[in-house]
Ligand binder design. Sequence first.
Ligand code: GLU
Length: 497
Amino acid sequence: MHTTSDVRVRFAPSPTGWLHVGGARTAYFNWLFARRHGGAFVLRIEDTDAARSTGESERGVLDDLRWLGLQWDEGPDAGGPYGPYRQSERLDLYRARADELIARGLAFRCFCTDESLEERRQAALAAGRPPHYDGRCRTLGPDESARRAAAGEPCSIRFKVADRSWALRDHVRGEVTFPAGMVGDFVILRSSGLPTYNFACVVDDAGMRISHVLRAEEHLANTPRQLMLYDAFGATPPEYAHVALILNRDRTKMSKRSGEAAVAVGDWRRAGFVPEAMLSYLALLGFHPGDDREILSREELLEAFTLDRLGRSGSVFDAAKLQWVNAHYLHHASGEQLAAWLATGPGPVPKGETDWSARVTALTAALDETGRRKLIEAVRGNVATLADIAGEVSVLTGAEVVTEPDAAEALATNGAGALLNALAGALDGLAEWSGEGFKSALQATGKAQGRKGRDLFMPVRAALTGRTHGPELPLLADLLGKTRCIERLQDAARRAG
Ligand code: GLU
């Protein structure tokens, strides 16, 4: 990827679960920002929580990002000039940077045990003091500290926090001040050798030349620690934009536990939502395009995306609205586009759940590619998700017609049987099969039977599909083919009034 500016942004997921809709939105904002400015979009895997990080989760997150079409320019698989891009492969670097801070007197080794730290924390709380680190190892002489470490005594490394306030000009939050005394000397490298989030984040954001950090608001509280570290390294911090959270209806943070709507991107994919709809919907949770558009394509968002249009307050996730956006995309898609979405499929499907993509393939096995696309396009108006397509297609290609109650009513009207038989006869006499031919036969039969409008169309539609709504009748006839049409009409006539 050829970049034309110094803009470099990153998406930095922790591979401890599935990609969350909030994460997808953050990734999209970063992607949009990079593309709009001709910059680079970096993917960094923050897998230093060894107990919770898994390769499976990392693969899942990457898969979901690819499915969304948010391709990164540098990352664990793509490589790039500032790699490796997986934090677990950068441990030597964190160690070196921590040692450098010790040598410069800006950090110190801490030999306190967890038990002792906890005891002192409780005592501080009981005495009404802030529960910060009390500085016990801060004053150890460098020789003693080095000797104890060399002798193998376990130690973490803490950053010496200066007694001063910090200010941040955030693109979303505006001017934010963090008064002195909010944080105590914090751990940057654990005794296990693993870095803490704040330390790894700064070493990497600085090392990877990140110019802008667009991330969730929940990280705002981490920013003063990160500013302190930039200052210690003599580096200029990136610009920040802390994006407001996605909320449940009760305005609590949308999370796996609340269970109101699916939070995993993969769940939406499995339910038959398309990436275009997910991205448009998620972007507008937090981004204001400056007018009343409710659906924005990637191109339109690239045109409109500026940081000052990111909202400050959280947005409630509305599953019904997302479904509406998805239906919009499906209703306006070509047969070719629908076929492509179907081919991409739902991703891994848990046992016992149906794979709608495989089902549509099976239901259309007798058709060639053109016939298949035509069929899928014909039903698109009736579906809100890709998963719905299987049901609609089975109405047309299934061996049996399942008659819905309102369709049964239409068939029960007086004279419906005679109409259907007459139409079957007229169709049988057609030399060539086409939607147009069907239409003329239908009109002629209607005239002969003294029926028009609903009285004519409804019983025919009910006979052909078992339903009272669906694609235009001539198109239906064309899709069903002559034999199936005649069979369905005759079969319904036997049951009709
Ligand atoms: N790994 C962090 C997360 O998943 C990234 C935070 C950041 O963007 O700095 O929340």
